[in-house]
Design a protein. Structure first.
Length: 133
């Protein structure tokens, strides 16, 4: 990862479905959903943190509904929410200072169009470009 993003110093941000088996290569595992993944126990997830405050608002999540046609607009709206929530962003930034590998865990069956992917993109963008064009 280039050293020009918000996650400077972090070697890698990964994303992984909650229903996939945890791995030692996941590093620091953070659930980034507002809702707990269905059918999974705390022991099965092997989380280091549940950062539900970093998740998109319930309204935005319902509007998006993992519709690929809404992806671009979803990321714009989500980034606006993230920029308005510096406490939650700073909580993750402090984790990045301590952990070389962080995995954003998500519950959705949709692997390409979900908030964990958008969040990874947000932290990998250069400081001055928090909104997609």
């Amino acid at each position: 990862m280039p050293d020009n993003g918000k996650a400077a110093g972090l070697e890698q941000i990964r994303v992984k479905r909650a229903h996939e088996e945890p791995s030692s290569s996941d590093g620091y595992r953070i659930l980034v959903d507002r809702l707990w993944p269905r059918g999974l126990t705390k022991d099965r997830l092997h989380l280091n943190m549940w950062a539900k405050e970093i998740a998109p608002s319930s309204e935005l999540r319902r509007w998006f509904s993992h519709d690929p046609d809404k992806w671009r607009e979803f990321t714009k709206r989500y980034f606006v929410e993230l920029n308005a929530n510096p406490a939650a962003v700073n909580t993750l930034l402090s984790c990045f200072q301590k952990e070389p590998v962080v995995t954003f865990v998500f519950g959705s069956k949709e692997e390409k169009f979900n908030n964990a992917v958008a969040l990874k993109n947000y932290f990998e963008l250069p400081e001055n470009s928090s909104l997609p064009q």
